[in-house]
Design a protein. Structure first.
Length: 170
């Protein structure tokens, strides 16, 4: 694994690569932190998997992937920040079916992340789930790092790295 060759690193993920960050952290001790932008899935320890989540079209979706408790506990060793943009429904809305179903999928992903953050923190971790509009940053799509306010997004990342003294590692 590359992290075993280069040493501790901050792992940045986006969307469907979110799961790869969670799984990578279970396979190496060289994850210093994870910052995940709108991850598409979550992980939970065996015995603590929340019930499936209902999408607006009636489909029941798993809350996330199951990992052994020993692997899940590895996610508590370092800080985690999960970041969400705008335009994500906070509750199921009938309008978000058909071509707009992706909006409800994003709502489900926020729910997954919220549940995962709670599980990580319940086991002693340092995870946060940030919805940008709730902290006064607005106008972001599914790609916040590429939007017009990308400097604000970079500043958020810089503050996270500075808070955990990860910005000056040699």
């Amino acid at each position: 694994m590359l992290l075993d060759e280069i040493g501790p690193a901050v792992v940045l993920t986006h969307s469907s690569t979110g799961i790869r960050g969670w799984i990578t952290a279970t396979k190496t001790a060289n994850v210093a932190a994870i910052v995940s932008y709108e991850p598409g899935n979550a992980v939970f320890p065996e015995g603590e998997v929340p019930p499936p989540l209902a999408r607006i079209d009636g489909t029941m979706l798993p809350a996330g992937n199951v990992v052994p408790m020993a692997d899940f506990m590895k996610l508590t060793r370092f800080p985690i920040q999960i970041v969400w943009g705008d335009y994500i429904p906070s509750k199921p809305e009938a309008v978000n079916v058909g071509p707009r179903l992706t909006l409800d999928n994003r709502r489900i992903n926020v729910e997954r992340a919220t549940l995962m953050v709670a599980a990580i923190n319940r086991h002693g971790g340092r995870a946060t789930n940030i919805l940008l509009p709730e902290i006064g940053i607005a106008g972001n799509t599914h790609f916040p790092m590429m939007d017009l306010n990308n400097v604000q997004i970079a500043d958020l990342l810089s503050r996270f790295l500075a808070t955990y003294k990860l910005d000056d590692r040699k």
